[in-house]
Design a protein around this ligand. Sequence first.
Ligand SMILES: [Zn+2]
Length: 502
Amino acid sequence: MGNTKKMFAQSYLDTCATESTESSDASGAFSYSTAPLDPSTDDPIVLNVFFWQVQKPDGSYGWGEFSEDKVLECIAKLNIFFNQYNIFFKYRGYDSFTTPANLPLVKYELVDTNGDGIPDTYQCVNYPGQYDPDGYGNVGRCQIGQFFNYAANIHKTPNAINIYVPYGSEFGGAARGVGSDMIILKADKLNSVTTTHEMGHALGLYHTRSKTNGCSNKEHTTRIATPPPCNQNDDYNAPCADDNVVDTAANTCYYHFDNGVGFCPYVNENCEYFGTEKDEDEVQYQIFPEDVKNAMSDAYCFDCIEDYLTPGQVRRMREKIGAYQPLINATTTVASLYEPYKGEYYVVGPLPPHYIPPHFQPGFEYRFVECRCECPEPADYNDISFYSNNNTILLQIDKNEQDYSTIVHPNHSAILIKHEIGSVFYPQARRCYDNYNRKPTDGRITRFNDNVFNTNITVTPKDSLGINNPTLINTLDPGLYKIEENYQDGSTQQTVIFKEAN
Ligand SMILES: [Zn+2]
């Protein structure tokens, strides 16, 4: 069986519910440039993210098991996609809340609006005197604005993008507005293209078709530019019509609703647009598959929407982050990415019971590399005076690593985030942690002679002096090793090292 592609979107349960109003960009706020990212001037931008589990009024959660790993999947997803634009997300934790039991019941229902006896249009229907049993645990289409107002007052972390995670919602996801620090993403959308789409809204992107959540033919097809200022009535109005982005094609909307059923009349299974629709000036659209697949499109058919944005959209996001106060407030330092989100560094004395080592967020390619310094606590981010060797890797983590418990900072290593756009991250390793306050009593070194994990090994026992030798790793020949250390309290520590030829 092949991959069955959906011709129709399942329903409005998967579509975006972000609302925004028609308004023009502040003068001078955006460049409307479509220049690709320039690492020499487009510095890394780091945004704090905080998550909230939203429970029913009775405290239950109608979806599997909610855990920190679930929200970390979202952090990984965001970083894996947005890092190519030098945009990073710093995980700041999560909390839970139970929603009020007295929310008035409002349902999103198909209603007969033309009197022919056949329900044709979805509308919000009030049920006076009844309460919503699910509360915001399952956010309704008719509750979105009300939810954001409620959460903004009592469940919002300042200086962060807040992502609210109900177990269900009558939509795929929603940002509070275009440019916002609040997003609703239900549990099963946390690691999906909806994540990209709603973060795109939060960072200032409109739908490619319209400033609102409806359809619009106001953006004109032509891409033959005329000088600014842009006017809606100009032939060339791409910088100021609909999404205000020049390198996304004008389109009316790909997704249509007919008697409550959603479909894409002019998109085929290859995500090719084959319609003959025209803009308001009667000029036929020029739409390419990339436009249909754009993360901010509404082609909710054939799984067309992808993790894809144009250079112009990337420019707009980066400029919005630098100009919109809630996003400026949510911005943090690159150094924060080198701080653990959980656990602590051992400094001195016996290891505390239930000790949790320092954990780092997923979504990056990490290399924890050999380092040496007087660093019983990790060196400051800005202190790069220590010795380190990128060719000796104590721990390597792929950006797609799914066992988050393995992403810990090993002793005697510094953190290398292998992000090679610009030189802020790579090749400088940071925060050498080289602690000898808890000395192993003895140990052994196992060399894998074929440089793979098999039984062709050479084992060298080490006494106290040998295992505590600060240049132990340095003295090893290139190859694959396992170092085992035994401690007085009966605990052991294993480190796998791959040492490349210099
Ligand atoms: Zn949207």
